[in-house]
Write a protein that binds this ligand. Structure first.
Ligand code: HGY
Ligand code: MN
Ligand code: MN
Ligand code: MN
Length: 413
């Protein structure tokens, strides 16, 4: 199966142009939610799709909708992902799926020319606001509002570390509106961000379910003091307490991982106050993430984490406050959708397999409200959230072909 040359060229050209926004010297991107780089990428994307006579709208939390009318008055099938990135992240994560969605919509529309009445649905391509959850927390913010898990007000009043609200940030890049629509189904294509497709020599992953994830914010409180003059016995050291918590999280991954269940824990953000070399820290905010496939294993890991919190409060003589939590359960994607995707992959002669996703995506939210199909393309060495993230042209194009095939089948019913 090979993509027609003009479509191949146009996708790859667009992908290279898009990757120039927020690009970093190490070959990645830094396009955190509602920054100037995110705004530039959104505007570039808007120009691209308006050039194909598609209409762009924004909702009240900056989700960007590209309307592709194929059957006036008909319901919409959504194809989405996200253009925002992690700091010094990869240029494929999210952005590939948004561009692939736009190209699939272009090709479906092209394919329907002269076939009046063939389309039973329209297409809307969605760029979800702040999937990554680094500048503003939690992650998957835009799709959480769309699926009713967060209110628009909760999101719009959320601040970044410098106190800028989401509302101010979105207004500064001019992508906030009042648009709304319902969708009948949701498709998302994304890089795997793991190595199973590459290891198994597959070009497509059909995602059968998500892992469960418990994300916790902890604030460790100590007592500010002189690092040289204060004897150890007099210290309440928040940085020591927080470091013990990071080690406890890793212990839990080792303790709860068995032959049948893997538990993954991490701490990716660790903010020390006042963060001075001669001051015992009096506050550390850290975000701990615990993931597994089995809800009972996650519950046991949760209990053990909180037992260790109590232990550390004693041993490091600190107070540990539980802050915001962001939790999603392990859950299957739509079974009929999986079958449809498998049939489309077979028609295209693509090597595919079924996988589970450890990473969260906007489809993690969307699958709770509409039938959702999640597709993966391989990540070289399984690397992601890293400037070295890479997916080959061939794998990207195979994914666009499959997305187009699938969207075309759904649209014509
Ligand atoms: O946490 C997640 O896995 C998502 O990518 N933000
Ligand atoms: Mn992503
Ligand atoms: Mn990501
Ligand atoms: Mn993600």
């Amino acid at each position: 199966m090979s993509t027609p040359t003009h479509q191949r060229h146009s996708f790859l050209t667009d992908f290279r142009s898009m990757s120039s926004f927020g690009s970093t010297t190490g070959g990645g991107v830094d396009r955190q939610a509602a920054t100037a780089a995110d705004g530039q990428t959104r505007n570039w994307f808007r120009g691209l799709v308006e050039g194909h006579d598609f209409t762009v709208r924004y909702d009240q939390v900056g989700n960007q909708f590209t309307l592709v009318e194929l059957a006036p008055g008909a319901p919409y099938i959504a194809i989405g992902s996200h253009l925002d990135s992690q700091p010094f992240g990869g240029r494929f994560d999210g952005a590939y799926g948004v561009l692939a969605g736009a190209h699939a919509a272009m090709r479906v529309k092209e394919g329907l020319a002269g076939r009046d009445g063939a389309a039973l649905f329209n297409i809307v391509v969605v760029n979800w606001f702040n999937e990554e959850g680094c500048r503003f927390k939690p992650s998957m913010m835009g799709s959480s509002v769309f699926t009713g898990k967060l209110s628009a007000e909760q999101v719009l009043t959320t601040t970044d570390p410098r106190g800028v609200t989401v509302r101010e940030a979105l207004e500064s890049i001019g992508t906030i509106g009042d648009f709304s629509l319902d969708v009948a189904a949701y498709l998302e294509i994304h890089i795997e961000q793991g190595r199973s497709l590459e290891d198994d020599g597959l070009s497509i992953g059909l995602v059968e379910s998500t892992w469960g994830a418990n994300k916790y914010e902890f604030v460790v409180h100590g007592e500010q003091a002189h690092t040289g003059a204060t004897v150890i016995a007099d210290r309440s050291d928040a940085l020591l307490g927080a470091s013990c918590l990071v080690v406890a999280a890793r212990d839990i991954a080792n303790q709860f991982t068995t032959d049948d269940h893997m538990v993954i824990t991490s701490c990716g953000e660790f903010t020390v106050f006042p963060n001075s070399p001669v001051v015992v820290a009096n506050r550390v905010t850290l975000l701990v993430d615990v993931r597994s496939t089995d809800p009972s294993v996650l519950a046991a890991a949760d209990a053990e984490l909180h037992r260790r919190v109590n232990e550390i409060e004693e041993s490091a003589r600190v107070k540990i406050e539980r802050g915001a939590e962001h939790i999603w359960a392990a859950k299957a994607y739509d079974a009929a959708g999986l079958k449809l995707a498998a049939a489309s992959a077979e028609r295209l002669g693509l090597q595919y397999g079924t996988v589970r996703t450890r990473a969260g995506h906007d489809s993690t939210n969307m699958k709770d409200i509409v039938p959702t199909i999640m597709l993966f393309v391989p990540s070289a060495d399984g690397i992601s959230h890293n400037e070295r993230e890479f997916t080959s042209d061939e794998d990207m194009l195979a994914g666009v072909d499959l997305l187009t095939e699938l969207a075309g089948r759904l649209v014509t019913g």
